[in-house]
Design a protein around this ligand. Sequence first.
Ligand code: ADP
Length: 192
Amino acid sequence: MNIIVLFGPPGSGKGTQAEILAKKFQLKHVSTGDLFRYNMKNDTKLGLDAKSYIDNGKLVPDELTTEMLKDELQRNSDQKGFILDGYPRTTSQAEALDVLLKELFQAEVNVTLALYVDDEVLVQRILKRSLDSGRSDDADENIIRNRIKEYYEKTAIVSDYYKDQNKLVELKGEGSIEEITRSLSEEIEKVV
Ligand code: ADP
């Protein structure tokens, strides 16, 4: 079982790249952001619980997020691997992921690919995306800046967790989509 983690701030292109790479390497794309949006759209209890955090640009509490991820991994246990987009976002989620992967699949993270993009480029990309994403958390610059702030306060540190295990590769997230896919693919090919 291959597990690739895509890591980076909001707007860094994780979602776009995860979708392309999932097809290319026949991995199941799991996006916690997409799972939350699906739950909000369908007014599930989880969706209602998550909404107030998401609409303020905050992270959803670890417990809710990890439970949702566990369900999704279990539901897809027939897959030959996963590309994770948006999880883990805290060190406690990174630890929970290790436990889950071992418990469910006797597996571990192969590599974490971190995309770096300048903050102002992130804000502009997300505002542009808001024109057709319809996402409430994309349309307001204050919420966007809050998401970027949450990233630096809570998420950026997760890269140290993987760096300490020699599983972190940092890549530039600016350039054409194709160029970035190429550099991510080269790294995936080394580990799968
Ligand atoms: P982006 O990376 O562009 O901010 P996502 O679609 O990955 O967008 O996530 C949208 C929102 O969903 C986040 O701002 C956060 O509120 C919530 N979320 C997604 N993944 C997690 C996670 N692993 N832990 C906590 N909250 C999460």
